[in-house]
Design a protein around this ligand. Structure first.
Ligand SMILES: *Cc1c(COP(=O)(O)O)cnc(C)c1O
Length: 353
């Protein structure tokens, strides 16, 4: 793939690394790639970051035929730039594309686009501890048309955002509200695809929980509102009487790459592990009997986010006295150690760019 490069004549000042937050600063350039029938994916280009011009009838704006990904580039303690299991992100993007009737992108084209963009934007990868460059690849359906059908044309874009340490004041356990009205995704729907449409369904409950003082919501299954699905936009884990339990990928749960890595590590360490449906009643009952030793959420943004308390139908249970558990800490230290090159990478998860 030939990528045409137009460099900005107006580079932005870089933000203070101590105050990056999440997703509020963007780098100088972005990658674009068009799809149209006959031509396939074409017109690969890196151009100055800026607004897109879209017809108001652009299909993605009306019917949410959209897909996104999220991964990070890390500046290691050895100065080298690493990606973590990036190949899994392009594979997941293509699985989402399949679900949403969007043509697949060649793995090698995705990796080339990402690598060339990162080379141009290398100075934007922050170097303070626990900071990184968040990578947001996404796809929008671009036919100007108000009928409902798969779009014929698409635009694939990669933008980059330097982000701060998720835990500015050290890892702090979250308070979680179990949502028993709204649901996130239903089997047969879009839950297993990373698409904006899933998020639209969640913002009301998230907002309600925030206003009540909770950090996040725990999502129950849409059919019976009985089984745990996800926590916020992360995958859910519970350690009960020594066994780690996580819900299976049943079609309505997003297959997290952090989730996959946690499972790989737990198997490698020979922890007791079960991928099976787990009801909220089982979790609360285990907590009441003192058997719920740890709970955490996994995702690219926070890596491992320990759960300090769960509130369900007006009653709260505290987990591990509201402190991070030993296993959560070990998983966090191992994953972040590999990502920033502080630990060896025996699994070959990282690639240097
Ligand atoms: C992205 C995402 C996750 C986490 O996936 P990672 O690959 O681990 O970042 C979990 N749940 C939802 C709904 C997501 O969108």
């Amino acid at each position: 793939m030939n990528i045409a490069i137009t460099r900005t004549t107006n580079p932005k000042p870089h933000p203070e690394e101590s105050n990056l937050g999440f997703g509020q600063y963007f780098t100088d350039h972005m990658f674009l790639l068009n799809f149209s029938p006959g031509k396939g994916w074409h017109n690969a280009r890196i151009v100055p970051y800026g607004p897109l011009e879209l017809d108001p009838a652009t299909m993605t704006l009306h019917y949410a035929q959209e897909i996104f990904e999220g991964l990070k580039a890390y500046r290691g303690i050895d100065g080298k730039i690493r990606l973590f299991r990036a190949i899994e992100n392009i594979r997941r993007l293509n699985r989402s594309n399949e679900r949403l009737c969007v043509p697949l992108i060649a793995e090698s084209d995705f990796m080339q686009a990402l690598t060339e963009l990162l080379h141009i934007e290398e100075s934007w990868i922050p170097s303070s501890p626990d900071t990184s460059l968040y990578i947001r690849p996404f796809l929008i359906a671009t036919d100007p048309f108000l009928g409902v059908r798969p779009s014929d044309t698409h635009l694939f874009i990669i933008i980059l955002s330097p982000v701060g340490s998720y835990y500015a004041n050290g890892i702090s356990p979250t308070s979680i509200l179990v949502e028993d009205e709204d649901v996130r995704a239903v089997r047969g729907g879009l839950g297993c695809a990373k698409t904006g449409a899933n998020y639209a369904a969640t913002i009301r409950a998230q907002d309600k929980a925030k206003h009540k003082g909770f950090t996040q919501v725990l999502w129950l299954d849409a059919l019976e509102q009985k089984y745990v699905e996800e926590i916020g936009t992360s995958n859910a884990f519970f350690k009960i009487a020594g066994t780690v339990i996580t819900p299976p990928l049943n079609g309505s749960i997003l297959p997290g790459i952090t989730r996959m890595s946690v499972l790989d590590l737990l198997r490698h360490w020979q922890n007791r592990l079960e991928e099976r449906p787990i009801s909220i009643d089982e979790v609360i009952d285990a907590a009441n009997r003192g058997l719920l030793e740890e709970s955490f959420a996994s995702g690219t943004a926070a890596v491992i986010s320990p759960i300090g308390s769960l509130t369900y139908k007006g009653k709260s249970v505290e987990i591990n006295e509201g402190k991070i558990g030993a296993l959560s800490q070990k998983l966090y230290d191992t994953l972040t150690g590999i990502q920033w090159g502080k630990l060896p990478d025996p699994f070959g998860w990282t690639t240097h760019i």
